[in-house]
Ligand binder design. Sequence first.
Ligand SMILES: NC(=O)c1ccc[n+]([C@@H]2O[C@H](COP(=O)([O-])OP(=O)(O)OC[C@H]3O[C@@H](n4cnc5c(N)ncnc54)[C@H](O)[C@@H]3O)[C@@H](O)[C@H]2O)c1
Length: 352
Amino acid sequence: MNKLKIGVIGAGTISEVHLNSYRNNADVELAAICDLNVQRAEAKAQQYGIPNVYSDYRELLANPAIDAVSVCVWNHAHAEVSISALDAGKHVLCEKPLSVTVEQALEVEKAVHRSGKLLQVGFVRRYSSNAQILRKFIENGELGEIYYAKASCLRRLGNPGGWFADRSRSGGGPLMDIGVHVIDICWYLMGRPKVRSVSGNVYNKLGNRANIKNLSFYQAADYDASQNSVEDMANALIRFENGASIMVDVSFTLHAAKDEVTVKLFGDKGGAEIEPQFAIVSEKHDTILNMSPQVDNAAFDFAEGFQNEINHFVGSCLGRTATLSPVEDGVEMMKILCGIYESAEQGKEIYF
Ligand SMILES: NC(=O)c1ccc[n+]([C@@H]2O[C@H](COP(=O)([O-])OP(=O)(O)OC[C@H]3O[C@@H](n4cnc5c(N)ncnc54)[C@H](O)[C@@H]3O)[C@@H](O)[C@H]2O)c1
């Protein structure tokens, strides 16, 4: 069988995880890599034995041998690069968020429909084995009706700097970068109910705390702490048409005692936590049971999640399965995220 020929656009920090995961997939040939910083692309090409290197993504897309691409560039270019790739007849794995505005997201959705190609949004947490195990429990009614979810992703020190801290390229701060993951995993596990309204707050109180020493954190390839135009923290209440709700809070910097990731779901028959530790909560014979699924990783395993995500993308491109994170879900998530910023700006709840 011919291998799926992959191009990776954007050769920064996260591309490494995409490249490793593709390299581990026997159906893939890593065929091309591109970055505005061509030395960075060349270094990756050498490391992974990739034959074609580009500094302009349009040249990569003009290569007819490429079947599919990973889009790992700055957020504000996700839509433009994805649309060009779809129109060039390539399947696309686009890193989250799908875009930085709802309008852009809708344009990507149109391009998916007109091209007939696949676009998978990089909602990597959906692909973790724990999320898929929990889905089985939920689909079998173990939690009953899920009416509430609570998600936090709090970093006391973790503004990745560079473009992440430049709102014109990132579209926003921790809400766009890490809020997207935890809101999405709750929404996905709740069965993707239709959003009714959002109410949000964003705060710019601490800046990036670049003065802090002795703690390390995720940084953009071009780390630069001298600029910062994104929020430190955001919180929101998301209401759905079926009456369910999600409460979320996220931060890049906060006077918190420690970093924290929590994802909790509450139903009328049972509950579940997949962060910080996978647990299922139930009640039997008038007794509350806290159950610990016996699994390899009690919390989200980055390498495993990405490997599953890439394997699933490759399988979808080859027609073996359907993606778990289609473009429509990327659009819905952009409505939620942009709605939260709009609500914070206007100081009132936003209705859809
Ligand atoms: N799924 C996850 O958990 C996860 C984690 C980290 C980052 N990400 C996403 O991955 C993307 C990249 O993040 P990163 O941490 O690798 O950033 P990064 O700054 O380390 O790398 C981005 C690279 O893209 C290049 N680039 C930007 N625009 C380009 C263009 N138009 N054409 C070619 N190259 C271009 C830059 O030169 C840079 O090398 C972002 O969208 C981010 O949200 C996802």
